[in-house]
Write a protein that binds this ligand. Structure first.
Ligand SMILES: [Zn+2]
Length: 215
């Protein structure tokens, strides 16, 4: 497996919802895991992969890649029946049925820099009336500083689809992530990745090696 590192940081308030809100006293708590006996907030591999898949799917056709545009395995399979597996599903796999054997994501863990957490109170707005809903106050736990890192590993089989992966990463920096959040990200340890990419993609890789939103 070949690899590179993704470093991610919140832009403003980042919330990646977890499943044990009562412990943190928030309606939506940030997901945590245990590292060396310490409880830390983190971005699960599945959350990162899911967001990246959506971003890649959204930009695929603009750059000549095929995307079935589906999110459920049923509909994906139906869409692929006529014209073959699309590029997005070849790269990311079909969820639950046929997970990719060629692309793997680590959980993104805090890199040691301080991750600051804060409870914020939000108001649920009704999409139709554009008014606050009755009883629509809720608290959400957010992280607003610190950086998270993890590795992405890929096999030789998907080298031709690496530009799609890069386009997805670039799109993710312009897009929503988690719950109403935004992230910046940059790539590190890219020597192998650079070798595997055609020269025409090197400028995009250069751009992804720096932060988008901060110097
Ligand atoms: Zn597909």
């Amino acid at each position: 497996m070949r690899r590179f590192t993704v470093r991610l940081r919140p832009i403003g308030l980042l919330t990646v919802g977890g499943s044990h809100p009562e412990l943190a006293g928030a309606d939506i708590a940030f997901v945590t895991t245990s590292v060396d006996g310490r409880e830390v907030v983190y971005v699960p591999a599945s959350s990162f992969k899911g967001a990246l898949r959506s971003s890649a799917s959204r930009v695929a056709e603009r750059y000549g890649f095929r995307s079935c545009g589906q999110t459920s395995p049923e509909l994906m399979q139906r869409a692929h029946a006529g014209s073959g597996t699309c590029d997005v599903c070849r790269l990311f796999g079909v969820p639950s049925r046929n997970p990719s054997q060629h692309l793997f994501f680590d959980d993104l863990l805090p890199d040691g820099s301080l991750t600051s957490r804060q409870l914020i109170t939000r108001v649920r707005i009704n999409d139709r009336s554009m008014r606050a809903e009755d009883g629509g106050l809720y608290t959400s736990e957010a992280v607003y500083s610190g950086e998270f890192t993890g590795q992405v590993r890929y096999s030789e089989e998907v080298v031709e689809l690496l530009p799609l992966l890069l386009l997805g990463l670039a799109e993710l920096r312009m897009d929503r992530f988690g719950r109403r959040s935004s992230v910046d990200l940059r790539l590190e340890g890219t020597d192998q990745l650079r070798q595997d990419l055609g020269r025409e993609w090197h400028p995009l890789l250069d751009a992804l090696e720096g932060w988008l939103w901060q110097p």
